[in-house]
Design a protein around this ligand. Structure first.
Ligand code: SF4
Ligand code: SF4
Length: 74
């Protein structure tokens, strides 16, 4: 706990603000901060479905947090 980014995914600065992820996310977990900034993912809304990763044309959406097999701490 205590991480400021999504436990599952985060958006890198190379985001071109195309909005594809915003359109595809069923949980409305993506935010557009405006003024040329990269989109962000609200960790409380994002269940980590991963759909937006495939729709991003520049590969800006990456897994965040621990390693691949790192189970969540209780
Ligand atoms: S991983 Fe799924 S829920 Fe999270 S921001 Fe992407 S599309 Fe939305
Ligand atoms: S799909 Fe990728 S490039 Fe487009 S707004 Fe989302 S994170 Fe940015």
């Amino acid at each position: 706990m205590g991480n400021k980014v999504s436990q599952f995914y985060r958006i890198e600065k190379n985001c071109i603000r195309c909005g594809f992820c915003l359109d595809i996310c069923s949980w409305d977990a993506l935010d557009s901060p405006g003024k040329g900034r990269a989109f962000t993912i609200e960790e409380e809304l994002c269940p980590g479905c991963g759909i937006c990763v495939d729709c991003c044309p520049v590969g800006a959406i990456c897994r965040s947090g621990g390693g691949d097999d790192d189970p969540p701490e209780r």
